[in-house]
Design a protein around this ligand. Structure first.
Ligand code: AMP
Length: 194
């Protein structure tokens, strides 16, 4: 299995790049944000629990997020690879993902940070908010809270993978095509090393 973490602040292009990758490779795309939005739209107990956190731009608690992620991975035992988009977002989530991969005799092959500054994020997400239908895309203060939460809770996850020699950084302010080419080069390199 080839397992990749697409990493970066909100609005850094993780979803766009995941979409490009699943067209090229036979990978399963797991976006915890998409999963929560799906639960929200169906008004499930999980959706109801997640809503207040999401609307305020805060992270949903680890136990809830990890249980949901584990279930999704378990539902797809035969995939050739997984793209994790928006997970892990905290150190406990990263530790849990490590355990999960080990249980499956698998591993994370690479983490790719799409590096984008706060002002670019705000501009992009406000633009997307016009059509995304997402409550958390509409207000600048909520977007800035999401970016702050990325810096405070999520960015340490980069160091975890950097210490394992698996972390890569791509300039996420480039065009989607340029970012995709940079990701392609990293994946090709890592596949050769594997
Ligand atoms: P996203 O679509 O990845 O920007 O996620 C939207 C929202 O879902 C986030 O602002 C969080 O409230 C929640 N969320 C998504 N993934 C996670 C995660 N791994 N841990 C905690 N909360 C998450």
């Amino acid at each position: 299995m080839y397992n990749l973490i697409l990493f970066g602040p909100p609005g850094s292009g993780k979803g766009t790049q995941a979409g490009i990758l699943v067209e090229q490779h036979d990978f399963l795309h797991i976006s915890t944000g998409d999963m929560f939005r799906e639960e929200l739209s169906r008004n499930t107990p999980l959706g109801k629990e997640a809503r207040a956190y999401m609307d305020a731009g805060h992270l949903v608690p680890d136990e809830v997020t990890i249980a949901m992620l584990r279930k999704r991975v378990d539902e797809h035992p035969d995939v050739t690879g997984i793209i994790f988009d928006g997970f892990p977002r905290t150190d406990p989530q990263a530790a849990e993902l490590n355990d999960l991969m080990r249980e499956k005799d698998s591993q994370i092959n690479a983490l790719i940070l799409l590096d984008v500054d706060a002002d670019t994020v705000v501009q992009r997400i406000l633009g997307r908010g016009a059509t995304s239908g997402r409550a958390d895309d509409l207000k600048e203060d909520v977007i800035r809270t999401r970016y702050e939460n990325f810096l405070n809770y999520t960015s340490p996850v980069f160091d975890f993978y950097e210490n394992l020699g698996l972390a890569h950084r791509v300039d996420g302010t480039q065009t989607p095509e340029q970012v995709a080419a940079a990701i392609d080069a990293i994946i090709g390199r890592r596949l050769q090393e594997a």
